[in-house]
Design a protein around this ligand. Structure first.
Ligand SMILES: [Zn+2]
Length: 629
């Protein structure tokens, strides 16, 4: 009995030191900041000590022949080894194969270190003491490394004073919002009453198109007014090059205070989106503040692996806390802090309609919508996973979701829109009450839509068809008369439009054109160009009511022509019956393609993704296949 107890205590102590050491690692190598690192690391250590205690007791029970300290030492050493290997391979050497030289050497060093630690613990007359000291050192390390984290000092630029009466600009991007799922765009379910209200006060664009169909390149186009071929931010490991002058930089240079808030991990300072913002949330060093440290440990990964292995989800890593209400809290806090003498440019990117379709439970209360179950979540993730490995042409062959399940999934997607819409209404109301919405332009749009098997795909980023490329665009503000515009416009047009409102000079190298004449009721260019630069290249040109789509598939070219006036869903390919028209539009598309690459930098800027970032992007449905070029 005594031996059993000792085994348990030693095991618990070994577990505790592993937990403490890993907490220190989490705090140092992941660039995360935690609200209370000390108490959180105690929590992590506690989790490990429970397992350690159990294992220690078990081993002591299994063999009464040997000193339990040896077992405790062995357990500690093994736990160190498992933890260390996980970190070494997933974080330090992310992207390097397991059997490459560097990871092998690192693993060997770590193994020797762990064996020595385990051995010395086992040899000590009172192994509890070295274990206690290790735990203490681990916690000290956590305290020292994470407590004093402060944001990097911003470069102090020359103070520019904005023009008198310069308007404020509120830019709201609802990630993954299909235009045709908003009630103001004709959706039969009332999904967007708050945004519809704005649409009725301002201009609704019925034919607005994103330049890419997944977050990173689409928002990069928005922020640089460049087509994807030029901004080169098209893969999971690429960022907006520093050499470009972003929208926020341009507006900032006109004397504005600028702040960005993004709930999508694809859009953060790490990927170059913070350029020109006085503050960008989540900050480089303070991201995922709402999440507990335990989430980033081997503990959580082991749970994930177990869950996947047994097909059960204990607790998903997708339980992000950055839904609309949480984002709004950050935004309102910024307003309470901001300089009241300067005009402001505020960028907010909500993520709610994005997969996983998990509207907050308090929102679903009182509705007839069932929260997404673990099984359904896994089923949708499976469907997304199965199509993301298939080229966008000739498309996946079999629908992974039965019709009734699909209807349920779409209902949840719509509920996310409804929830986000409600929160947008709440934010606007709060800001109005604070008197900060006077003389303010409001833009509402999205970075891309979402597909539910319209073209044999799920999720987004695979094609350039309307369900993913067409986005809502609503603009209200001083001098804008309510109305609807039918001509095609592009998200890259917003940059020069906003710069005009802010009276800031435009950089030479942009592709978009100012929408002010269109807002005033004049004709625009009436065309839109979308590029998908992933492994197979898709390009499309919308001109008036016609849309030409080109797919380059394994060296082969496929052309599709759609008449959007009678076929907005792009299901009836007219390319064979109208070859002359295809030839004419094709020429325009080729011109556009050449132009789209006109401001290409010498090379794309790449970043090294750590394991945690990768995992978070994977949870949003972005697998590793985009890494390849
Ligand atoms: Zn997105």
């Amino acid at each position: 009995m005594k031996q059993l107890l000792r085994g348990c205590i030693y095991g618990a102590a070994a577990g505790w030191s592993v937990g403490a050491a890993e907490s220190a690692l989490v705090a140092t190598i992941t660039d995360l900041a935690f609200a209370s690192p000390i108490s959180e690391s105690v929590g992590v250590a506690l989790h490990y000590s429970l397992v350690g205690g159990f294992l220690g007791a078990l081993l002591a029970l299994l063999s009464k022949l040997t000193h339990p300290a040896h077992f405790a030492g062995a357990v500690g050493g093994l736990m160190f080894l498992a933890t260390g290997l996980s970190w070494i391979h997933q974080d330090f050497y992310a992207g390097i194969p397991l059997f490459a030289l560097e990871p092998l050497i690192a693993s060997a060093v770590w193994t020797v270190a762990c064996s020595m630690a385990g051995f010395s613990m086992a040899q000590a007359p009172h192994p509890i003491l070295p274990l206690f000291l290790t735990a203490l050192a681990g916690h000290l390390c956590t305290a020292l490394t994470s407590a004093p984290i402060t944001p990097r000092p911003q470069e102090v630029a020359k103070e520019v004073v904005a023009k008198d009466g310069a308007p404020n600009i509120l830019f709201i991007l609802v990630d993954t919002l299909r235009a045709d799922h908003m009630s103001s765009y004709g959706y039969p379910i009332q999904t967007s009453p708050e945004m519809d209200k704005l649409a009725s006060q301002g201009i609704r664009f019925d034919s607005a198109w994103a330049q890419a169909t997944w977050t990173r390149p689409s928002v990069a186009s928005l922020m640089t007014s460049l087509y994807p071929a030029s901004h080169q931010t098209n893969f999971l490991d690429t960022r907006i090059p520093e050499s470009f002058t972003t929208l926020a930089e341009t507006i900032h240079s006109a004397g504005y205070q600028t702040a960005g808030f993004s709930a999508n991990r694809n859009v953060e300072s790490f990927f170059g989106f913070g350029q020109g913002f006085d503050s960008f949330w989540p900050s480089d060093l303070g991201s995922v503040r709402a999440n507990a440290m335990l989430r980033f440990t081997t503990w959580e990964r082991a749970k994930d692996i177990l869950a996947k292995g047994f097909g059960v989800k204990i607790k998903t890593m997708n339980d992000f806390e950055n839904h609309a209400a949480a984002l709004n809290n950050e935004v309102v806090a910024w307003f309470d802090d901001k300089n009241s003498n300067k005009p402001w440019f505020l960028y907010i990117q909500y993520i709610d309609p994005h997969f996983p379709y998990q509207p907050p439970s308090d929102f679903l209360e009182g509705t007839d919508i069932e929260p997404i179950s673990v099984e359904l979540q896994n089923q949708v993730a499976g469907a997304i996973g199965s199509v993301s490995k298939v080229a966008p042409y000739p498309f996946a062959s079999q629908d992974a979701l039965p019709e009734d399940i699909k209807a349920q999934v779409i209902r949840l997607y719509d509920a996310e829109i409804q929830y986000c819409d409600r929160e947008i209404g709440r934010l606007l109301e709060t800001l109005r009450k604070r008197g900060v919405m006077e003389n303010t332009f409001v833009v509402i749009t999205s970075d891309h839509g979402e597909e539910f098997w319209e073209h044999q795909q799920y999720n987004h980023g695979h094609s350039t068809f309307s369900e993913v490329a067409r986005v809502p665009l609503i603009i209200t503000g001083p001098g804008i008369e309510p109305g609807v515009r039918a001509q095609s416009v592009e998200l890259i047009d917003l940059y020069p439009t906003l710069a005009t409102w802010a009276s800031s000079p435009l950089p030479q190298n942009i592709h978009g054109s100012d929408l002010s004449p269109v807002l005033a009721g004049n004709d625009g260019l009436g065309r839109a160009f979308t590029q998908n630069m992933k492994s197979d290249v898709l390009t499309s040109l919308t001109l008036g009511k016609e849309k030409l789509v080109q797919v380059e598939y394994r060296g082969e070219e496929v052309w599709m022509l759609f008449d959007l006036s009678i076929d907005p869903g792009e299901t009836n390919n007219l390319a064979e019956s109208r070859p002359e028209r295809v030839a004419e539009l094709r020429e325009l598309l080729e011109q556009r393609r050449v132009e789209s690459a006109s401001f290409q930098p010498a090379q794309a800027e790449r970043v090294q993704l750590d394991g945690q970032r990768k995992a978070e992007l994977e949870n949003l449905g972005y697998g590793g296949e985009e890494d390849e070029e």
